[in-house]
Design a protein around this ligand. Structure first.
Ligand code: DON
Length: 303
């Protein structure tokens, strides 16, 4: 069977299986999204993009933005970042505050919220929130070749109204001296970064720079691609990362909007969206789709 036929088949299978999980409602605007939706897009090394289901339906990329904020910061300050944030899986929820006290304000990795706040703080160094956000959105536009990518301000406002945990994390980081900018500045910028809206086709195209596809714009050096893929594999789904590596075997990053960016290094960049989440806060049907795609293609990095 051809990959395009498989994707249409997968779309049907996912819609038939009936278990969609629960949408994130701690951000009220996301709580209004219907869970029974699914889309997938696969950008291939030869420049083709295959799609099925609701691949052109925009969604909130949320934590997937952390990958691209990290790419911007690594481009700017490189290895210096690692004095402020670690590179180990946390084994805790994405918004946990627990380890931050034990490890004296140095977050375990750049994908848990505490680590992502440090990355955003670094992005804000010497820049206004507007400039920092333009850098991330600009990176995504260049990587995907699509200038329509934008921030959904209603989602950012919605998270600002209920984002007390992130406010707590930012203030706690600041108490350890690991936040240079005022906490309110950092969380305001972070909420807007998370509220970037994209569809599967745009996200799959943007992910080509991480997959190192021949057709991708040259925005990331091979060593940075390798490092980002390693972090996605070990920390991309938070405390569900081991299970994801076991089932899918590809580096990936999830978001509570139900998006999933999966990387088959050198082969493909895959974006999947289904807004219902599992208990770890990762897309339930999206993970199942990634597992079936990995079985069909043999793209697991473990062979
Ligand atoms: O900070 C938050 O809670 C959200 N803006 C992003 C969290 C997220 O996407 C976690 N991913 N599964």
């Amino acid at each position: 069977m051809e990959l395009q036929d498989f994707l249409h088949d997968l779309n049907r299978q996912i819609r038939d299986q009936g278990d969609w999980g629960k949408v994130a409602d701690y951000i009220p605007e996301l709580g209004r999204v219907a869970p029974d939706q699914f889309g997938i897009a696969v950008a291939l090394a030869d420049g083709k993009v295959l799609e099925a289901g609701q691949a052109r339906q925009g969604f909130s990329i949320q934590s997937i933005s952390k990958v691209f904020a990290l790419a911007c910061v690594l481009g700017r300050i490189g290895e210096q970042l690692w004095s402020r944030v670690g590179r180990e899986p946390s084994g805790d929820r994405f918004d946990s505050i627990l380890l931050l006290e034990q490890e004296k304000g140095r977050p375990r990795n750049p994908f848990i919220n505490a680590g992502a706040l440090v990355v955003t703080d670094e992005l804000l160094t010497g820049r206004s929130p507007q400039q920092a956000l333009s850098e991330v959105v600009g990176f995504l536009r260049q990587a995907s070749g699509d200038d329509a990518i934008h921030i959904d301000k209603a989602v950012a406002r919605s998270e600002a109204q209920t984002g007390h945990r992130n406010a707590a994390l930012a203030h706690y980081l600041r108490s350890f001296g690991n936040l240079k900018n005022p906490p309110d500045h950092v969380i305001g910028t972070y909420f807007h970064q998370c509220a970037i809206e994209m569809d599967c086709v745009q996200l799959a195209l943007a992910g080509r720079v991480i997959a190192g596809l021949d057709c991708a714009p040259a925005l990331l050096s091979p060593v940075k691609q390798r490092r980002i893929n390693a972090l996605m594999m070990t920390c991309g789904q938070y405390d569900g990362s081991g299970n994801f590596a076991f089932r899918v075997g590809m580096p990936a990053k999830s978001g509570v909007g139900g998006g999933l960016l999966v990387i088959a290094p050198g082969r493909a960049s895959i974006a999947i969206w289904s807004p219902g989440l599992d208990g770890w806060g990762n897309s339930l049907a999206g993970t199942l789709a990634a597992e079936r795609l990995a079985e069909f293609t043999g793209w697991s990095v473990f062979g």
